[in-house]
Design a protein. Structure first.
Length: 224
């Protein structure tokens, strides 16, 4: 089995959603002083590659700890959204995948935008789902939808229509994925297990794709 890493690393200089505080990572103990090394970490629940739970947007909806662990692992379908003429991802781009979506647990939107990670433009005019496309995806028996961008909605859309369409159907959303180009034309199992935080509205994840491969085990580093 080959493991493909789809996660952005967490460190104090990573990009964060506008208005969110960056991670703070400080030494807590050292081998020289205490006989063991330990760090103290403070970060938002929506830092780096992360999951949005329904309760992130919807009052009284499910938090991540109310999903069984198996909800975060399953067969996934890669949707090629790299050939868009505009930032918005519409139903027309998704419809050719309808038959395969019916048998998938996760739909991952490969836009190629993760190549701008670490740049100001990562937050501007990035690919996102139209309200209609999100509603169309919500009709399928998916557990979640992922994207290699900061959000499935534009930053300026305070009403978050795509979030409401997907989370309102009990799905999860996985944002800030990377390295999706490594999955083109491949069948794979996707895993995005969150930290087991009680009542969590979100959580950073180590998202990976698991592929049956004759080659020796390998881990691909994020490249964009």
């Amino acid at each position: 089995m080959r493991i493909i890493d789809l996660s952005q690393p967490i460190h104090p200089e990573i990009p964060v959603y506008p208005g969110t505080e960056p991670p703070v990572i400080t030494p807590a103990n050292s081998i020289a002083r205490d006989g063991f090394a330990e760090i103290k970490i403070a970060f938002s629940s929506h830092t780096a590659t992360h999951i949005d739970a329904p309760c992130h947007i919807l009052s009284g909806a499910k938090s991540l700890d109310r999903f069984p662990a198996g909800h975060f692992v399953g067969p996934a379908l890669l949707i090629d959204a790299t050939g868009r003429a505009a930032p918005e991802i519409g139903i027309d781009l998704l419809e050719p995948y309808a038959d395969r979506l019916a048998g998938a647990a996760f739909a991952l939107l490969h836009t190629g935008w993760s190549r701008h990670w670490g740049q100001d433009r990562y937050f501007r005019a990035f690919p996102h789902l139209s309200k209609q496309a999100a509603a169309w995806l919500s009709r399928f028996p998916l557990r979640g939808v992922g994207i290699d961008c900061i959000s499935v909605d534009p930053v300026e859309r305070a009403d978050l229509p795509a979030h409401h369409a997907l989370l309102g159907r009990g799905m999860i959303i996985i944002e800030n994925l990377t390295n999706l180009q490594a999955l083109r034309g491949r069948e794979f199992i996707f895993s995005c297990l969150p930290l087991p935080i009680r009542a969590a509205d979100g959580s950073p994840v180590r998202a990976v794709a698991m592929l049956e491969d004759q080659a020796s085990d390998a881990t691909a580093s994020p490249t964009g």
